[in-house]
Design a binder for this molecule. Structure first.
Ligand code: ZN
Ligand code: ZN
Length: 368
């Protein structure tokens, strides 16, 4: 309570006052940004995608860096963070069991759940037994307080000594960085469960919000993440702003990460299609659309789904054959021809589906 109430006050009152009277120079801003990224990425790439969801494997050196960055972010040790987060996924939106259930409101899911002892937040580390064999996790758990003090006070203090302005470094690299990095992470538990789109599943309150992705190193694609939590990406398209995904991918080139898990494009599209169909069927009932039209929608949905499945199986067969056997020219041409055929059929289905679903947004077009 003391920590979470005093640090924001210092960040809001003392930091601007100090800046006004003495100013902050480039070195201090570089310290601030570097520590922001260090803490933020340690939480997203380390605590979240590595330890909570095991979406990839990381070299011990990288795990040590993430463990230090996590201590610097002051969001509890890996074991507790991961335990809470796994329960969040398992019991999402269940007010009794989800430690930061968004159904209890913005304040509770943002920070309220940390400020008081709630039944939903009681300690239960039975879901993180797999991490007890990770020596980095165990070491961080044992020495968490010392590491938190060393990274939050010691590190900016030493940098300040080198630079010649200890207070300036402590205020920017210590306090302001701590408050901002914590609240950016908390936005995922609160805002990303309230505002945004739900293209992959409406089973939970999780939403995709590209604006939040900008503040959280790519974690804003939260609807995708809750639907495919084993995927190392949160922004699944190449153009989605997800620096955590880019970091993990880049580190795989130099061997610091490996076994990156992804969800196939066909599976992602199937999830999208299912969500759109459920919404469209609901809209049909709401708009009292004729039964014949509803049947049309259902038929198109089933055909689209079937072609998607065939296309996915064909692609898998193609890649496997290319990988494990020497395809002769004729066989390769056959496979490519079939792939082209299926892709053309898919395009047709995509176009028809978009028209059908789109027309439900204009009731006058569909009520006959
Ligand atoms: Zn997660
Ligand atoms: Zn969530």
């Amino acid at each position: 309570m003391v920590l979470f109430s005093t640090t924001p006050i210092i960040a809001i009152v003392v930091v601007p006052l100090y800046g006004y009277h003495y100013g902050f120079d480039t070195f201090e801003w570089i310290v601030f940004i570097s520590l922001m990224v260090f803490c933020g990425m340690s939480i997203t790439a380390g605590y979240h995608r590595l330890w909570s969801h095991k979406t990839y494997r990381a070299h011990p050196i990288l795990r040590v860096i993430f463990a230090l960055g996590g201590a610097c972010a002051l969001q509890n040790d890996i074991l507790h963070w991961v335990s809470d987060h796994r329960r969040h996924h398992q019991f999402v939106d269940n007010n009794e069991k989800d430690p930061y259930s968004a159904k209890r409101g913005f304040w509770f899911s943002h920070i309220g759940w940390i400020l008081r002892n709630y039944q939903s937040g009681r300690e239960d580390l039975s879901n993180v037994k797999d991490l007890s064999s990770d020596t980095v996790v165990v070491f961080q758990h044992k020495h968490y307080l010392k590491l938190a003090v060393a990274t939050n006070i010691g590190l900016p203090y030493i940098l300040g000594l080198i630079h010649g302005d200890v207070l300036g470094c402590l205020l920017l690299g210590g306090v302001l960085r701590l408050v901002l990095s914590q609240h950016c992470t908390y936005l995922i538990n609160s805002a990303a469960h309230i505002w945004g789109r739900q293209p992959y599943s409406k089973a939970s309150t999780a939403r995709d919000n590209p604006l939040l992705a900008l503040l959280t190193y790519g974690e804003g694609y939260h609807n995708y993440h809750h639907t495919f939590q084993w995927d190392y990406r949160n922004g699944n398209r190449w153009w989605h702003y997800d620096p955590t995904k880019w970091l993990i991918r880049s580190l795989s080139i130099v061997g610091l990460t490996k076994e990156l898990k992804t969800c196939s494009a066909a599976r992602v599209e199937t999830a999208q299609l299912e969500t759109q169909y459920l919404q469209a069927a609901y809209n049909c009932k709401l708009l009292e659309v004729s039964e014949a039209w509803q049947k049309c929608l259902e038929d198109e949905y089933n055909q689209f789904l079937q072609v998607l499945k065939t296309w996915s199986e064909h692609r898998q067969e193609f890649f496997e054959k290319r990988k494990f056997s020497n395809l002769d020219k004729l066989e390769k041409l056959e496979l490519l021809k079939r792939n082209k055929e299926l892709s053309t059929r898919l395009k047709g289905h995509r176009r028809r589906w978009a028209q059908m679903v789109g027309s439900l947004g204009h009731p006058t077009l569909v009520i006959s």
